[in-house]
Design a protein around this ligand. Structure first.
Ligand SMILES: [Zn+2]
Length: 550
């Protein structure tokens, strides 16, 4: 972290404040980590002292720091160590990367990694024989890029005692060869836990390195606050050590997983206890994560109408509706924020029902519950978000007609539903607060400027927008920026401190190399971050960006 002088002055910029009236300004003065002035170039002069650091922005765009309202910073281990299959686009490349890693790690007792893509394995997931050929002698476990499946070899299955006769666990699936009934090597959802004892967990120091790497990537992307959507005891320990060492350089808020097969009361007690222990301004755990269903590509999303490829099957919820109600009401009562993973339209509906029940039981309160993904939502359910004051947490990175649409959405959901994936504008028009996010490492790269463009075009980057996913759902630039700044702060109970550029707020600020309001929409994703400030401290500065008085 570079130490700035006490006062930092940004002048001659295009400052989009994202305050209530969405005011524009020219200059900002920062002192003691806070914004002390927002206004004109003339007005800022009186804040310039002999020891101030001053930057003339030449008209560049200044925004509040970006907020990623749903990500998995504590899940970046495989990007730093282990096997990363993220961004590879063929089985052949997977085989190469695995073979090279295995060759370099002959001493390891087991091998871990992640990032494979269901799109390369339509129908059944990848099979164990592919891995047996590469790793015959040790267990290997590779988690899919979306975190909902794991791919293992024969030795892993053997040591975990998973065979033909092993029943599927509740909420999970052991995929099997259709002829022999033998497990094929792909484990979905809760079945992933069956191999936990064979493949040991990551160490705290591996986790800390991963978080440090994440913070660097986030600072480069202009992100100053991230909601870690699934913390466990080990990742919390890693955060706490970094906190104690003074190495956290951005704000984190976090959610802790609730499990349907554990006693609800005990889980609530544990959450409350963690909440009271994690109180650092840069690391608080005030939310509970609930998986209501799985994912479309795993056939685990819970739908109102059957899947296109399985006419008698609509998926199942991970939490039954009654248990979901009981849990939601219990958490809501203790002011724990609920953060629901919801994909299918039936999952959306039972989640809304559960939150309606919680409100009836506990009364109206400032609970700011979050529903993320919102892959399929029945139009009549959208106004219920506003009524119940639920915040929508979409991933606009996914708003396009691409491989996913053609290879998974069309065959699994059929054309009508494929064309109504990921509503956005309807939510905004209904007055719902939408806080955008990446779901990193599901999405890499995770720069918000990419999602701002996709939210506006709903069409793939770099192409003339011919294929537009549900054109009516395109959002405005103003709304997309708000969804990545103020709304994200609000979704984390931080709108008094950050999320807009106003006097008295913490100086969480980003400077971009071009003004998003002056360029063609199709160029927004190419925008570079020049400067990122958290609490007035420089956490990232591009080499081209000049500061005087350094
Ligand atoms: Zn997620």
């Amino acid at each position: 972290m570079q130490q700035t002088k006490q006062n930092l002055i940004l002048k001659n910029g295009s400052v989009y404040t994202v305050d209530r009236d969405r005011h524009w300004a020219q200059a900002i003065a920062i002192s003691g980590g806070k914004i002390v002035f927002v206004g004109s170039n003339e007005g800022v002069e009186s804040f310039i002292e002999s020891d101030s650091t001053v930057s003339d922005l030449g008209g560049k765009l200044v925004l509040p720091g970006f907020v990623d309202a749903h990500a998995h910073p504590s899940d970046s281990m495989d990007l730093v160590a282990n096997i990363s299959l993220h961004l590879l686009d063929s089985l052949k490349k997977y085989q190469q990367v695995i073979a090279e890693y295995v060759e370099r790690h002959r001493e390891s007792d087991f091998i871990r990694g992640s990032g494979w893509d269901n799109r390369l394995f339509p129908g059944l997931g990848p099979n164990k024989e592919i891995l047996d050929a590469l790793v015959p002698d040790r267990p290997i476990s590779l988690v899919s890029y979306d975190g909902h499946s794991t791919w293992v070899n024969s030795i892993t299955l053997e040591r975990a005692q998973i065979n033909k006769d092993t029943p599927d666990p509740d909420g999970g699936l052991i995929e099997r060869d259709p002829e022999t009934g033998e497990p094929n090597g792909t484990l979905r959802e809760t079945a992933m836990q069956l191999v936990e004892n064979v493949i040991p967990d990551y160490t705290i120091s591996e986790r800390k390195n991963a978080l440090l790497a994440y913070m660097d990537m986030a600072a480069r992307a202009g992100i100053t606050l991230s909601h870690d959507a699934m913390l466990d005891a080990q990742s919390i320990a890693a955060f706490k050590e970094l906190e104690a060492e003074g190495l956290l350089k951005m704000r984190f808020r976090g959610a802790i997983l609730m499990e349907p097969d554990h006693e609800i009361e005990n889980q609530i007690t544990a959450l409350l206890e963690k909440r009271s222990r994690n109180r650092h301004p840069y690391f608080k755990t005030n939310a509970a994560k609930i998986f209501v269903d799985g994912v479309v590509e795993g056939g685990t999303a819970y739908l109102l109408e059957p899947y296109e490829h399985k006419p008698a099957f609509s998926g199942e919820p991970i939490w039954g509706p009654d248990l979901l109600k009981e849990m939601a009401a219990g958490l809501d009562e203790t002011n724990i924020q609920l953060h629901f993973h919801v994909i299918g339209d039936a999952a959306t509906r039972i989640t809304l029902d559960a939150l309606e029940y919680a409100r009836q039981k506990n009364g109206k309160r400032d609970s700011r519950h979050l529903i993320t993904h919102l892959h399929l939502v029945a139009p009549e359910d959208i106004p219920r978000f506003k009524q119940l004051e639920i915040i929508g947490v979409p991933q606009p990175f996914w708003f396009s007609v691409g491989d996913y649409y053609r290879e998974l959405a069309l065959p699994y959901l059929g054309k009508e539903r494929a064309d109504s994936q990921y509503p956005m504008r309807s939510f905004i028009d209904a007055g719902v607060i939408m806080a955008s996010s990446s779901d990193f490492p599901v999405t890499i790269p995770f720069d918000p400027v990419i999602a701002i463009q996709l939210g506006m075009t709903r069409s793939q980057l770099g192409l003339v927008p011919e294929d537009i996913l549900w054109p009516e759902e395109r959002a405005t630039l103003e709304d997309m920026i708000a969804s990545f700044t103020f709304n994200g702060a609000y979704a984390n109970f931080l709108e008094e401190e950050t999320g807009s550029l106003e006097v008295g707020k913490r100086a969480d600020i980003v400077v971009l190399d071009r003004n998003l309001f002056d360029i063609p929409t199709t160029e927004i994703a190419n925008t570079k971050v020049l400067l990122t400030l958290v609490d007035g401290e420089i956490v990232f500065r591009d080499s081209e960006f000049a500061l005087y008085g350094d």
